[in-house]
Design a protein around this ligand. Structure first.
Ligand SMILES: O=C(O)c1cc(=O)[nH]c(=O)n1[C@@H]1O[C@H](COP(=O)(O)O)[C@@H](O)[C@H]1O
Length: 308
């Protein structure tokens, strides 16, 4: 293994695709061909079993095209223990397929509790074995240190919330303190951590979450945080497009990995894919939507420079 930052860099350059497919299974949105007679079930074990099949088949459709997947822990936690077992199986399957796994669990707590989260999620004996974890900064520096130390010791990565994609994020993140919005203060702290954890590619193992729904702030933060990878959610279903995320890349086409969850994994239920494919061909819609997003980013951002 190598520094997470270098692994991410190499995977993005290899695929020429700064794209992460979000694994956010929602029971009611699963393809009918998978649901079969189970549509009305309330049994979490049955639901979790279907999430496993669904996520594996999504991974099969995309793994040759993208560097990473991002399982959203919430949808698995919602199903209790059965969902958590399936989350671990999905992570394992994705890794077997050569994908980097960003576990989206947005964890944090006071330092001593954060240490338990960090060890459990990124430590050497972690039952999850993800390559990277999303974390929240609002408990301050002593809450982040255990994650950074554990991640570095295990060649894992972190993405810390800086400017989130949701409209309500501005309530706290845009508050001006000492002449700067709070997200700039958080961004400066994360950039410091990125510099301390820099790999050969020049970026750090500690990255930032910056939403595609705030293109001006994305460009501003790219300049302010030159060593920091950005995880950019909000493309697709939340309204962000390729032009909105363009500011997240540097002149070499590096710097961001753009997430798309519903827009890819449930592509079969939207046009043009719904008309193009039979219900049982839902995986082809997932693959097409992935390729369409990659082409969109290559055309409208500097990531086009990564093409061979
Ligand atoms: O950390 C995240 O990934 C995240 C941060 C953020 O600011 N906004 C955001 O949407 N996300 C996650 O990114 C995914 C977006 O899903 P879609 O809107 O379906 O593409 C969800 O799993 C969200 O929890």
């Amino acid at each position: 293994m190598a520094n997470f930052s270098d692994r991410l860099h190499d995977a993005i350059v290899r695929t020429a695709a700064p794209v992460v497919v979000g694994l956010d299974p929602r029971f009611e949105s699963l393809p009918q061909t998978l649901l079969g007679d189970h549509r009305g079930t309330h049994d979490p074990k049955v639901k979790a079993g279907l999430y496993l099949v669904f996520c594996r088949e999504v991974i099969d459709a995309v793994y040759q095209h993208v560097p990473a997947v991002k399982p959203q822990s919430a949808f698995f936690e919602e199903l209790g223990p059965a969902g958590m077992i399936v989350l671990a199986e999905v992570i394992q399957y994705a890794r077997e397929k050569g994908l980097l796994v960003i576990l989206d669990a947005k964890r944090n707590d006071i330092g001593s509790t954060a240490t338990a989260y960090a060890k459990g999620m990124l430590g050497p004996n972690s039952p999850w074995q993800a390559d990277c974890l999303t974390i929240s900064p609002y408990l301050g520096d002593d809450s982040l240190t255990p994650f950074v130390e554990t991640a570095i010791a295990n060649e894992a990565g972190l993405f810390c919330l800086v400017k989130t994609s949701n409209p309500g994020g501005k309530m706290l993140q845009d508050l001006v303190v000492d002449d700067q919005p709070i997200y700039r203060h958080v961004g400066a702290y994360v950039e410091g951590l990125a510099q301390q954890t820099r790999g050969n590619c020049g970026f750090g193992a500690v990255g930032a979450v910056v939403g595609a729904t705030y293109p001006d702030q994305l460009s501003e933060l790219r300049t302010a945080m030159p060593s920091t990878w950005f995880l950019v959610p909000g493309y697709g279903s939340q309204g962000g497009g390729a032009k909105d995320v363009a500011g997240g890349f540097n002149e070499n086409g590096i710097g961001s990995i753009v997430n798309n969850s519903r827009g890819i994994i449930f592509a079969y239920s939207r046009e043009p894919f719904a008309s193009k494919y039979e219900p049982k061909q839902w995986q082809r819609a997932v693959e097409d939507a992935t390729l369409e997003m990659i082409a969109d980013l290559q055309e409208h951002t500097t990531a086009g420079k990564l093409k061979g």
